[in-house]
Design a protein around this ligand. Structure first.
Ligand SMILES: COc1ccc(/C=N/Nc2[nH]nc(C)c2C(=O)Nc2cccc(NC(C)=O)c2)cc1
Length: 274
């Protein structure tokens, strides 16, 4: 049975996993069940200062209601005078971003497995009328089996090691988002194309020095495939079918799962061993 009134005394708090603008994430163990969780601490004064309480509540309501193997669980939350504590699923592998940085780029099998996992997770989110889960490598975690978890909670947590400035990167935003036009579910299909490109080449397709240049490249869909690393024609075909300016013409989530590149390369159990 899901307990309602948690408090800090229910947990033995361990090492910090990372820290961010709004607080830190710690590994923790629930004392009775010895269950390992990630405890995200958000300082109320930070929330008040940036007037983000409404967004935090919305994100928490959404995250609590999502139960899917590729969406990180929010088990519950509690607060004290100055902090809000989120009890989150612990993913042992940490950020996918770290793995992408270390390896440079993923194999087609690994990339296809991650894209298939994300597609299943997004199809589930869309069924629950949840869109734009702000998926970028920083918001993707891996569990102990190498299973991908969308951990975007809106509060991107900066880990201790060096990071690109995440706040403000336009790299993952669809044209309609960048132009602040009404966006629909199809923004997530665009982002899948951006991520697929980044998994295979190691950097996002519209990367540029300044935000203005990234903006221009996105609006033009200025997509080019480098000659190295070697990437299959099927992979490029899927990316091209997703990075389409007209949101109505982007490949649907169902069609992504039937695409030859996914069928040929994704692990049937959606697990990527180390
Ligand atoms: C620094 O090396 C690390 C290796 C693995 C982890 C695992 N984190 N696992 C998590 N499970 N549920 C949540 C929420 C998290 C989490 O927020 N992790 C996190 C937070 C901030 C930075 C990082 N950094 C990395 C490298 O994973 C991970 C965290 C840090």
């Amino acid at each position: 049975s899901v307990k309602r009134n948690w408090s800090i005394n229910d947990f033995e708090v361990g090492r910090p996993l990372g820290k961010g603008k709004f607080g830190r994430v710690y590994i923790a163990r629930e004392t009775k069940t010895k269950y390992i969780v990630a405890l995200k601490v958000i300082f109320k004064e930070q929330i008040e200062k940036y007037k983000l309480l409404h967004q935090l509540k919305r994100e928490m309501t959404i995250q609590t209601s999502l139960h899917h193997p590729h969406v990180l669980r929010l088990y519950g939350w509690f607060h004290d005078a100055e902090r809000i504590f989120l009890i989150l699923e612990y993913a042992h592998g940490g950020e996918l971003y770290g793995e992408l940085q270390r390896s440079g780029h993923f194999s087609e099998q690994k990339a296809a497995t991650y894209i298939a996992s994300l597609t299943h997770a997004l199809a589930y989110c869309h069924e629950k009328h949840v869109i734009h889960r702000d998926i970028k490598p920083e918001n993707l975690l891996l569990d102990h089996e190498g299973r991908l978890k969308i951990a975007d909670f809106g509060w991107s947590v900066q880990s201790t090691n060096k990071r690109r400035t995440m706040c403000g990167t336009l790299d993952y935003l669809a044209p309609e988002m960048v132009e602040n036009r009404p966006h629909d579910y199809a923004v997530d299909n665009w982002t899948l194309g951006v991520l697929c490109y980044e998994f295979l080449y190691g950097s996002p397709p519209f990367e540029a020095d300044g935000q203005a240049d990234t903006f221009r490249r996105i609006m033009k869909v200025d997509l080019a495939f480098p000659s190295t690393p070697q990437v299959s024609a099927e992979a490029k075909d899927l990316i091209t079918l997703l990075l389409v300016k007209d949101s109505a013409k982007r490949l649907s989530l169902e069609k992504i799962l039937e695409h030859p590149w996914i069928v040929l390369n994704a692990d049937p159990n959606l697990i990527c061993p180390k």
